[in-house]
Design a binder for this molecule. Structure first.
Ligand code: FES
Length: 177
């Protein structure tokens, strides 16, 4: 039979099955590496300011219960209730701008980039950040939470401890030494 009429390179004997498998593993590994890099970039990239987004009308105030942090994607902010008060905390770390996740295990915000930690009220606890988490004005109007994302107020200075919260064991990102 003419080689050109055989269905694939393996069948024609120009590529061994081992070579084909190796090529498949390399392509799969490359795709995995790209996916991992993209995921890491999405999690850690410095965030742009969100000021200018307008006023967000959110859920009823009663749905934000004590000790919780609710992420609001359209504002890149968290609504938290700590010490009985509601807070609208910018997700952008005041150190170098990484996206700060909330760590449910510790009940704190723990920045994965350089280990700054903040309590549920956004007050600084540890790490190289120059202040607590920045925040937006929050009002409850007709029972609903409204957050003004056009205004960004600087977080409280280091050492502020207005909201005393119990510490929990566990954590997600170790604090900077
Ligand atoms: S960017 Fe968050 S600690 Fe550096």
């Amino acid at each position: 039979m003419d080689d050109a009429m055989l269905p694939d390179p393996v069948a024609r004997g120009t590529v061994t099955r081992r070579e084909l498998l190796e090529a498949g593993w390399k392509i799969g590994g490359g795709l995995l590496a790209v996916a991992a890099a993209w995921t890491s970039w999405e999690a850690l990239r410095p965030l742009a300011d969100v000021s200018g987004g307008g006023v967000l009308a959110l859920k009823p105030a009663s749905s934000y219960t004590e000790g919780t942090a609710t992420f609001v994607r359209e504002g890149r902010l968290y609504v938290t209730r700590a010490g009985g008060a509601l807070h609208a905390l910018a997700q952008k770390c005041p150190h170098l701008g990484c996206a700060v996740p909330f760590c449910a295990a510790s009940g704190r915000f723990e920045c994965p980039c350089h280990g700054s930690h903040y309590d549920l009220a956004g007050e600084w606890l540890a790490g190289p950040a120059p202040r607590g988490m920045d925040r937006h004005p929050l009002q409850v109007i007709d029972g609903r939470v409204h957050v003004n994302t056009t205004v960004l107020e600087l977080g409280p200075p280091l050492g502020t401890d207005r909201v005393r919260l119990p510490t929990r064991e566990g954590g997600c990102a170790p604090p900077a030494p």
